[in-house]
Design a protein around this ligand. Sequence first.
Ligand code: G3P
Ligand code: CA
Length: 303
Amino acid sequence: MQRSVVFFLAVMMMSAATHAQYTRKTVVAHRGASAYAPEHTLAAYQLAIEQGADYVEQDLAVTKDGVLICLHDASLERTTNVEQLFPNRVSTQTIEGKTRKAWLANDFTLAEIKSLDAGSWFDAKFKAEKVPTFDEAIALVRGKAGIFPELKTPEIYAGRDVKFEAMVAAALDKHGLRGAKADPKTPVILQTFGQPSARTLAQIKIGVPVVLLLNSADGFQTPAQLKAWKGIVHGFGPAKAIVLKNPDFVKWAHAEGMSVTPYTFRSSDPGSFKDVTAEMSHYLYTLGVDALFTDNPDKFPRK
Ligand code: G3P
Ligand code: CA
């Protein structure tokens, strides 16, 4: 074969290659199939699997008695009836820089949290849904999809001397989901906005890929700034606007063998695109992202 043809084929293979942890364009069910069922309930996770999700996301929190649960917010009032059942347990908290009244999950035991209705806020037909433990989420998803846990608001736990990263490592060990004998049918990718937390995961040799989430392009505006994270994390999870504004972000990450998994794609807000499938197609096949988080896994465009 002529050298020019070999070179052309090599370039084509490189441009078609997937990066870091992914083997194909990948759909992550954001909080489960959360367009159709209450986020972070077993109903939402089950539906995500039925809709063909490659991974099901769990945002993780820690209860007062040290149990990992699946909950997006640090506090319970948006997605449960905690305010009705425990009106006197409110406190003033500063969460992600904002001070407000909150029913912080870390102030409640698992038994208390399990007494809450985690589905009615979304639709009365889900009133039996509970806040799942991480163990319960793993039991439901394993063998059917990967899991994509996020260490949520790690700064809260650092301030309370809770070893969040070590707890997640122990949970993965307990379920045989990391290390040489990890279950290949249940791949695991961790994610966090917390840069100290990402560094801790690298220091403890977590042994599964880690995605660093970005809600702002600050500090990630040059190839060198992305490269500085090589060897610490395996890829980036930017807010989708970051990639739309700077499509070179994908090229810079890929040049370092790092992946790009933007968030969040939802049918209720497809931006300037005609629908969420068109929006996801643009990111996947024009901008070249590797994977994405969506509330609508059923609308993911496979080629
Ligand atoms: O984890 C990716 C995406 O879920 C980040 O946003 O707030 O939905 O956790 P959030
Ligand atoms: Ca998340």
